[in-house]
Design a protein around this ligand. Structure first.
Ligand SMILES: C[S@@+](CC[C@H](N)C(=O)[O-])C[C@H]1O[C@@H](n2cnc3c(N)ncnc32)[C@H](O)[C@@H]1O
Length: 215
């Protein structure tokens, strides 16, 4: 299985900490107040998994999915540093599109995951994630938020995003694309937006966590 994160993987969380002044980590756990003990929670493209570990610490039954063996190895180092969880974290080393546990999950997280894909693929992946959630369950997207404010503010927000977009295009072969309006895509797929939390870096909101409910 191709591992696009074999080089970047070990530095990924450190880079995101420096780049975002720790706002990315805050964004990834912003909706954790919705996690209940014993609820079934899925993390797509989990990476180092601080968000998945935090969910397991809340007593959730956590499943994580990632294509990268490097990322899963780092996740396991993080798990080893913790005491036992109520439910051990279940790990699937596979493509999220090959997970067919439909209508199983109370919450499905896509943290800094959907921006990897082209616009067309994004809808396919988001639709798949929605199908994995139960009726009444939630899909959570944590990611960059489209630029807002005056022209100068927008210029710096675009510059900030492009630096990351280009970096991951070069080193992880991710897609180059414009900002995605995740709230719009979620509504198009029938999710009701229940809550949005924004995270600022310097003068502007750069990230958001969106809670969508499948009705
Ligand atoms: C940008 S990283 C984000 C990691 C983590 N969610 C975070 O917020 O730090 C994207 C992760 O998605 C994984 N990934 C990419 N395509 C995938 C796919 N089709 N199925 C499962 N995982 C995938 C990568 O291996 C990588 O670990």
């Amino acid at each position: 299985m191709e591992d696009k994160y074999s080089i970047l993987g070990p530095f990924y969380d450190f880079m995101s900490f420096v780049y975002s002044f720790n706002q990315i980590d805050k964004c990834k756990t912003a909706m954790h107040d919705r996690i209940k003990p014993d609820s079934k929670v899925l993390f797509a493209g989990v990476g180092h998994g601080i968000d998945a570990i935090a969910a397991a610490e809340l007593g959730a039954e956590v499943t994580v999915v990632d294509l990268s063996a490097t990322m899963l190895k780092i996740l396991n180092k993080g798990i080893a540093k913790k005491k036992e969880f109520k439910h051990p974290i279940r790990q699937l080393h596979k493509n999220i599109l090959h997970v067919d546990e439909f209508s199983k999950y109370d919450m499905v997280f896509a943290n800094f995951f959907l921006n990897l894909f082209s616009e067309e693929k994004l809808i396919q992946v988001l639709s798949h994630l929605t199908n994995l959630a139960k009726k009444g369950g939630f899909v959570v997207i944590g990611d960059w938020t489209p630029p807002r404010g005056n022209m100068i503010a927008k210029f710096f927000q675009i510059l900030y995003w492009r630096m990351a977009d280009l970096f991951f295009w070069v080193f992880a072969n991710n897609e180059l694309h414009p900002f995605y309006d995740y709230q719009k895509s979620m509504r198009e797929l029938g999710l009701e937006i229940k809550k949005v939390k924004y995270f600022r870096v310097l003068f502007d909101e750069r990230y958001c966590s969106i809670l969508g409910q499948k009705n």
